[in-house]
Design a protein. Structure first.
Length: 270
């Protein structure tokens, strides 16, 4: 098997994945009330990321062969799909709520987002998700749900239910630190985090390509997986932090404009 053959043939959506896509599109159409919202591009990007995570060769390699592909799949399900999906939602009417209540709810939501990675990399669960379709499905659904819970106080559709920009930056930076700790542990661990990837079942006949052609020994594979948690994950958080910084300065400018009489006086004189 060649790399081109693997990348073009190892696509496997299945009925469950197809049903998820149909449900996602239907739910989005319902929330958008049949109209084409301005943020539909975010939804398209979320669906593309979901296809890559669940139906592309990434999914096949994650289930049967590579810990690094498994880690990439997790990053897509927790750090890419949920924020894009939330950003695509139309703004919802305010229902009130205090900043203190939002901050209090954000604590367990932070724990769910960070815990999603730590939980499913416990050796027992990690191995079970690769061996059982049922456990793998539960893993996928839980990662999407926990990722959505994590990103809700940052990009949720109700502005009053979001963390203030400075609070959101602390929220995101601390999550980056937690993921870095896990990434460092995985990268330098002397034992396999998921032992199932040491001697995978070669269902596609691709093992010789991965081990020989790509040079992905079990040790190198785990190191790459750990670095994915360590570097790319924190890049996602960094982009979100920059967006919060932009929001902070925009809100600050709007507040100054609202309280400064000079623009109104200039307009009246004109």
């Amino acid at each position: 098997m060649t790399t081109a053959t693997l990348l073009f043939t190892a696509w496997n959506g299945g009925a469950v994945v197809t049903a998820m896509f149909i449900a996602a599109v239907g739910a989005y159409a319902l929330l958008s009330r049949g109209q084409l919202p301005a943020r539909v591009g975010y939804f398209g990007a979320a669906i593309l990321a979901l296809v890559l995570a669940l139906a592309s060769p990434i999914a096949v390699l994650a289930r049967d062969y590579l810990f690094s592909a498994h880690m990439l799949q997790h990053l897509l399900l927790v750090l890419v799909v949920p924020p894009l999906a939330l950003l695509s939602l139309p703004a919802m009417e305010s229902q009130g709520g205090s900043a203190r209540a939002v901050a209090r709810l954000a604590v367990p939501q932070w724990g769910l987002g960070v815990g999603a990675m730590w939980l499913w990399h416990a050796p027992t669960l990690c191995n079970a998700a690769s061996r059982s379709l049922v456990v793998n499905g539960l893993q996928t659904l839980s990662l999407l749900a926990m990722g959505t819970a994590f990103w809700w106080p940052v990009f949720g559709p109700r502005a009053e239910r979001r963390l203030a920009p400075l609070g959101a930056m602390v929220y995101l930076f601390s999550a980056c630190v937690a993921c870095t700790v896990l990434g460092v542990f995985v990268t330098f661990s002397p034992v396999a985090v998921c032992s199932v990837y040491i001697h995978p079942v070669d269902r596609l006949g691709a093992l010789s390509l991965l081990r020989g052609g790509w040079g992905l020994t079990p040790e190198a594979d785990q190191e790459i997986g750990g670095l994915m948690m360590w570097v790319p994950a924190c890049l996602v958080y960094a982009v979100a932090i920059l967006s919060m910084l932009r929001r902070y300065y925009r809100e600050d400018t709007l507040a100054v404009t609202a309280t400064d009489p000079m623009p109104r006086l200039a307009k009246e004189e004109a």
